[in-house]
Structures are given as structure tokens and as C-alpha cells.
Design a protein around this ligand. Structure first.
Ligand code: BES
Ligand code: ZN
Ligand code: ZN
Length: 501
């Protein structure tokens, strides 16, 4: 779906659907008249007098204009109370427009943008939010299904209509940014949703090489290089798998005078738990255990379209966690790339083992910050459910930056502590550290584990175990992978302060 911005009156040109938004309490007939003219004003007036439409958030009503009119259908969507309107609500109503367009089997959609919304938001922000909501809502995962003949057609074109050319220009800037961010998120969702017999480490290596063709510098390390670098965490987890590991490095440079930020993502393409095997129920969901890695891919994909004032390095260590006869065992003591030894007490706490080699590798870029993203712990899901990503860090300034980016994107994060008393829970009697910290505070002890490899730079860890898939419906997602943190990381990178070094 292409999203354009146009000036002029809504619904006058031929289209399958024209959409306008109505705030709660506004006069529907008047809103209709102002948006599309007289054509549905009478019907809107009747609807209003019946009390059927109040403009509450997400409420919809459709009209069928009589006589010659450009749009075949007109849809009004409630924005809710003016005082409660925010960018997230705009994303959601934009998504509703697209979903309803699909119900109507529309191929072309026009959406009216009331210029008075520009008083509450920058027009760039407005365009970005609408484009994100619409683009995220177009995502489907049906590649592996025969397309039924009655499936709704693809929406070819969505047009945002606003009154003046000057406003259109600002809106357009936001639209192209938002569409690129959401395309990045949709790419991450697609990698997440693909099954584990297709998306394995080798596949991810090939995907990284595809991104190289779109202008990134890409290095894919195979098993021999991974051995040479002594990535003992990644190699240990890989031992039970028939598929070799990969280690992806994707770079987008801004220039020598800019900071460098590394993003490290857990690319565990299937987590059976290994010898500490998981229960059978819902084990299929462990195909999503690469969603941290997928988020890195999504950000890098967005950066093929967008420039940010910082050098970005995306790092994805990738393997399956399987049960082959060579599999690593509880009791094993392994040596990570940094030389630190780890007592393995549970082979299902594998994400942290592959991530620490990623964190060690990141240091070679002399980063100003390293942020890792991982479906790391069930404990994080217990703590925060599907509504917020766990945030852990050794730098409060970085926490605030991430919180402020997440505030803008609507992808909630919640800061949790990494007190030294938690860190002590992973001290080992026989190695430098053990890979589990006992029953309590599992999300925190996992973060403390990573933190031991992230002493030399500003670091944050995002535990997306609860938010990477099956996130609560926000109108722009259905089931499946959410692409969470792609938009937040792009926002963070965009707002990175350029520093002369
Ligand atoms: N990939 C899982 C974490 C996970 C579980 C993500 C459920 C999403 C939903 C991770 O590798 C894991 O198995 N962690 C263990 C750690 C434990 C053994 C200390 C967990 O959370 O149970
Ligand atoms: Zn696991
Ligand atoms: Zn895992």
C-alpha cells in the first residue's frame, strides 16, 4: 500500500472509501459537512438524532452517498475526547480505517486530516502516527497459505487529504518517516511469524546479506569465525542443533564525527529448552525467540530508508537451542568470548549465553551505548504481562532517553532495578557466574547476568518476552509477532545528540 498526501476536498475524487475523524461530543452532521460536504450531512443528522454515534474512541459509522459523488462510501471514526487524544489513539484510528477498508474490499482509501489537529500535534508527528497505524494495520502473515478467492484485495493506495500545500508538505515528511518505521516493524513481524524450519540462523544470515544490497555494511560470521573468536556462549547453545550458528553484524554509518550505538538482538530461532527441555504446551511459540534479533533487522531495514545522526551497528547472534546428542548440559562450565566462565545450571537460560558474546563483540565499535533486545525471561511476562517491555540499565540517562522515545511511539517500557543484591544471586561456587539466579526476580537476575558483560559502556537491556508477540490488540496488530521496539529504537536514534569528538 502506498500512502500519498494530497490537498483539496475529501471524497470528491473517485475512491472506494473516504474516512473522516470526529471528536467526542462534536456535531456529526457538522463534521460530515466540513469533511465531505453536504452529501451525507442529512444522513449524519439523522444518525445523530438517533443517538447512534457519539464520536467515542474507535466508534465507527458508515454512509453511502446518494447520487454522483467521488467516494463510494464514507466512514466516520470517533477519536474520543479531545483531551485524551494522543499519538497512540491516532495510530489506532488510522488502523481502524484500514481494517474497515478491508471489510469493504476497498482498493483506494482517502483519509481526511482536519487541520485543527495540527494545533495539538506537529503535522509531521501527525503524519507519522497516521502512516504508522495504517502501515502496521496492513500487515498479514499469509505467505504459507493458499489465498482463498474471497480474500479482500490489497489496498493499493491510501491518500491523506489536507487543506493547504504548506500543511501537506509537513504531513508528507511525517508520512514517509512513519511508513519507513512501520515497514521496518512489519519486516521484523514477518521474520518472527515465519516458522522455525524456515527462519533458522542460516536464513537470517541470508536476510542480512539482502540488507547489504540495500546499502548497509554487512558481515555474517559462520561457525569457523565464531570459533576463532571463541564465542563460547553461542557455540555451547548451538551444540545440540544440526544447523550451524551465525553471527550477523549490520552497519549504517552517519560519519566519523558521530557517536556509535550498538543494538544487540537475541536471534534464537527455536528454543526447545535444550536438555532442560520445555513442556510441550505452547512450545511452538518458541519460534518467536528470535524477535529481539528480528527487531534489530527491522531497525536496520528502516535505516536503509532513513538517516539518523548516529552510527548504528546491529548485532545478532543466532542459533537454535536443541537437544541433539552433542547438546550442552546442566553442569557444564563454558567460557564466553570475554574469557568469563559460566556454570550452566539450566540449558533453557540460553538467551543470555549467546547475548553476552554479542555484548563483548559490540565493544570493538567503541560504542556510546549498547542496547540489547531479547525475549529473555518468562519471569518478565509474569511481572509485566503483554503491556510493557522490561527495561534494565547501568545508566539512568540512557533509561530516560529510551523512556522518552517509547513515550512517543506508544511502545511502553518499564524500568526495573538491578541492585547488587540481585546480582549476587548469580555468583557461582565453581565458575565466575551461573546462568540462573534461582526462583525469584528471574527477569532481574537475567539482566544482572548480561550486565556483567556490559561494564565498559553505557548499556540497556529490553526484555521483550511479553511484548514481542500476542500483544494486546491495539487495532494495528492482530495475533503473531508485534515488531515491538523497532519504532522505539528508530525514535531513539533519531533523537541522538550529535557530538563532535
Ligand atoms: N525464551 C525463553 C524466555 C521466554 C519464555 C520468552 C516464555 C517468552 C515466553 C528463555 O530462553 C527461557 O527459557 N528462560 C527461562 C529462564 C530460566 C530457566 C531461568 C525462563 O524464563 O523460564
Ligand atoms: Zn530458554
Ligand atoms: Zn530463549
Amino acid at each position: 500500500m502506498r500512502i500519498r498526501v494530497a490537498t483539496g476536498a475529501l471524497g470528491k475524487k473517485a475512491s472506494d472509501l473516504a474516512v473522516f475523524f470526529v471528536t467526542e461530543g462534536a456535531d456529526l452532521a457538522r463534521s460530515a459537512r466540513e469533511s465531505v460536504g453536504e452529501v451525507v450531512a442529512a444522513a449524519a443528522k439523522s444518525a445523530k438524532s438517533c443517538g447512534d454515534f457519539k464520536g467515542s474512541f474507535r466508534q465507527t459509522i458508515s454512509f453511502y452517498p446518494e447520487g454522483p459523488f467521488g467516494a463510494k462510501r464514507v466512514l466516520a471514526i470517533g477519536l474520543g475526547k479531545k483531551t485524551e487524544l494522543d499519538l497512540e489513539r491516532l495510530r489506532r484510528v488510522a488502523a481502524i480505517a484500514i481494517r474497515q477498508a478491508r471489510v469493504f474490499r476497498s482498493k483506494t482509501v482517502e483519509v481526511g486530516v482536519d487541520p485543527s489537529l495540527g494545533a495539538r500535534f506537529e503535522l509531521e508527528q501527525l503524519g507519522q502516527a497516521l502512516a504508522e497505524g495504517m502501515t502496521l494495520a496492513t500487515y498479514r502473515f499469509d505467505d504459507l497459505q493458499e489465498k482463498p478467492s474471497e480474500a479482500p484485495p490489497e489496498i493499493r493506495q491510501a491518500t491523506l487529504v489536507i487543506d493547504t500545500a504548506a500543511r501537506a508538505k509537513k504531513l508528507e515528511t511525517g508520512v514517509s518517516w512513519g511508513a519507513a518505521c512501520a515497514d521496518g516493524a512489519n519486516y521484523a513481524r514477518h521474520l518472527g511469524d515465519l516458522p522455525p524450519n524456515i527462519v533458522n540462523p542460516v536464513y537470517l544470515g541470508q536476510e542480512a546479506k539482502k540488507l547489504a544490497r540495500q546499502g548497509l555494511k554487512v558481515t555474517v560470521l559462520g561457525e569457523p569465525e565464531i570459533r576463532r573468536l571463541k564465542m563460547g556462549g553461542l557455540l555451547a547453545v548451538n551444540k545440540g542443533s544440526a544447523v550451524p550458528p551465525r553471527f550477523m553484524v549490520m552497519e549504517k554509518r552517519a560519519g566519523a564525527s558521530y557517536d556509535t550505538v550498538c543494538l544487540v538482538g537475541k536471534g534464537l530461532t527455536f528454543d526447545s529448552g535444550g536438555i532442560s527441555i520445555k513442556p510441550a504446551a505452547q512450545m511452538d511459540e518458541m519460534k518467536y525467540d528470535m524477535c529481539g534479533g528480528a527487531a534489530v533487522f527491522g531497525v536496520m531495514k528502516a535505516l536503509t530508508q532513513l538517516d539518523v545522526p548516529v552510527n548504528v551497528v546491529g548485532i545478532v547472534p543466532s542459533t537454535e537451542n536443541m537437544n541433539g546428542s552433542a547438546a550442552y548440559r546442566p553442569g557444564d562450565i563454558i567460557t564466553s568470548m570475554a574469557g568469563r566462565t559460566i556454570e550452566v545450571l539450566n540449558t533453557d537460560a540460553e538467551g543470555r549465553l549467546i547475548l553476552v558474546d554479542g555484548l563483548t563483540y559490540a565493544a570493538r565499535f567503541k560504542p556510546s551505548a549498547v542496547i540489547d533486545m531479547a525475549t529473555l525471561t518468562g519471569a518478565c511476562v509474569v511481572a509485566l504481562g503483554n503491556e510493557a517491555t522490561g527495561l534494565f540499565s547501568n545508566d539512568d540517562k540512557l533509561v530516560r532517553r529510551i523512556e522518552s522515545a517509547a513515550d512517543k511511539t506508544g511502545e511502553r517500557v518499564w524500568h526495573l532495578p538491578t541492585y547488587k543484591e540481585y546480582d549476587e544471586l548469580i555468583d557461582s561456587q565453581v565458575a565466575d557466574v551461573k546462568n540462573v539466579g534461582g526462583r525469584w526476580a528471574g527477569a532481574i537476575t537475567a539482566a544482572c547476568f548480561l550486565g556483567r558483560w556490559a561494564k565498559d559502556y553505557s548499556w540497556a537491556h529490553l526484555d521483550i518476552a511479553g511484548t514481542a508477540w500476542n500483544a494486546r490488540s491495539r487495532d494495528y496488530y492482530e495475533s503473531g509477532a508485534s515488531g515491538v521496539m523497532v519504532r522505539t529504537m528508530v525514535e531513539l536514534l533519531r533523537s541522538w545528540q550529535k557530538r563532535v569528538r
